[in-house]
Design a protein around this ligand. Structure first.
Ligand SMILES: Nc1ncnc2c1ncn2[C@@H]1O[C@H](COP(=O)(O)OP(=O)(O)OP(=O)(O)O)[C@@H](O)[C@H]1O
Length: 323
């Protein structure tokens, strides 16, 4: 059985501006569908990458997976437990303690007034667990020194701070860690070290990762499956090998064409072509059609269903014509 089962996951935000409504004296409601009808499974001890441009819904899915945000529709099941199940709160609480999240900015996610020891053990202490020697042990597991436990976050570099965040995530012995762009705020030389550490920890602790990134090249060597998101919808899902060798969706192809064009510092030189549409008024039919080089009339009117292509899935009317 899959550890994570996501079905029809949807999140709509109310983005109405009450102040504007007061000025123009009418009540106009505006809604933004950040995530729409997303389905995927994640096998235990595997890494599932979610990729897509800014605003494609990656973080919103991540936040729903850890229970920080409620879905508008659809559901997230972890080990068979539906996170939205209100009739069995004890079961949901227990499964939530199996899930942790690591954020992009290790500066913002550590309390500057707390010593590292207290930061790391906090999730365990909050549940009344045993914290003896825990911080020292975890610091060494993430490549820092037990002597660092008494220091404050400002005494560390960005990469070291992300290691502290990883140690804190590991403290409650999670099964699933959602990593939201965990290395994109770090220098390129440090990125690889943190990614290697995360790979090692995955094996040592038997972890399952959801790895969120806008950068396909980062996830290529980490992921067992890659889900590509466009404007809140999953448009393709495949193994890294299938995705890189035979991408089915024109959007994936566009991302891949942009990916190698990095400068020496890992910055994207040329973003994928065309503007990302307004998510409040998304295009009809296939939302990618205004940017798609192979779009036909049908793409403007009919949203393509997700279809199986060998071991991959893609939502494109013409995906089957691709090699
Ligand atoms: N709390 C919110 N209220 C209103 N709109 C939101 C909220 N959170 C996210 N959004 C919108 O939902 C869409 C998806 O955002 P999300 O942050 O999930 O995308 P993302 O792929 O993670 O992007 P990025 O890489 O920039 O973080 C965006 O259009 C964003 O502006």
């Amino acid at each position: 059985m899959a550890l994570v089962r996501v079905r029809n996951l949807t999140r709509v935000f109310d983005v109405s501006k009450p102040w504007l409504n007061r000025v123009i004296e009418r009540r106009a409601k505006a809604y933004l569908t950040a995530v729409s009808d997303v389905d995927f499974d994640i096998a235990e001890r595997s890494t599932y990458a979610l990729v897509g441009e800014s605003g494609s819904g990656k973080s919103t899915i991540g936040r729903m997976l850890v229970g920080l945000l409620r879905p508008t529709a659809g559901n997230v099941e972890i080990d068979g437990v539906d996170l939205a199940n209100e009739t069995d709160a004890a079961k949901v609480d227990l499964i939530r303690s199996d899930i942790q999240m690591i954020f992009q900015d290790p500066y913002a996610s550590l309390n500057p007034r707390w010593r590292v020891r207290d930061i790391i053990v906090e999730p365990v202490a909050a549940r009344g667990g045993n914290t003896d020697g825990l911080a020292a042990r975890l610091l060494e597991q993430v490549g820092l020194s037990a002597l660092d436990a008494g220091k404050f976050p400002h005494e560390f570099s960005g990469g070291q701070r992300q290691r502290i965040c990883i140690a804190r995530a590991l403290a409650s012995e999670p099964r699933l860690i959602v990593c939201d762009e965990p290395t994109s705020a770090l220098d390129v030389s440090v990125q690889a070290q943190v990614l290697n550490l995360m790979s090692d920890l995955k094996d040592d602790f038997g972890l399952t990762y959801v790895f969120i990134s806008h950068d396909l090249t980062v996830v290529r060597h980490m992921a067992d499956r890659i889900g590509v998101l466009y404007l809140g919808r999953l448009v393709e899902e495949a193994s890294p090998r299938d995705l890189f060798e035979a991408p089915k969706h024109p959007y994936t192809q566009m991302l891949l064409e942009a990916a190698p064009r990095m400068d020496g510092f890992g910055r994207e030189v040329a973003p994928p072509e065309g503007e990302i549409p307004d998510p409040i008024n998304p295009p009809t039919g296939c939302a990618f059609h205004p940017r798609c080089p192979i779009a036909q009339d049908i793409c403007k009117h009919e949203r393509p269903e997700m279809k199986q292509h060998g071991n991959a899935r893609a939502a494109c009317h013409f995906a089957s014509l691709e090699p």
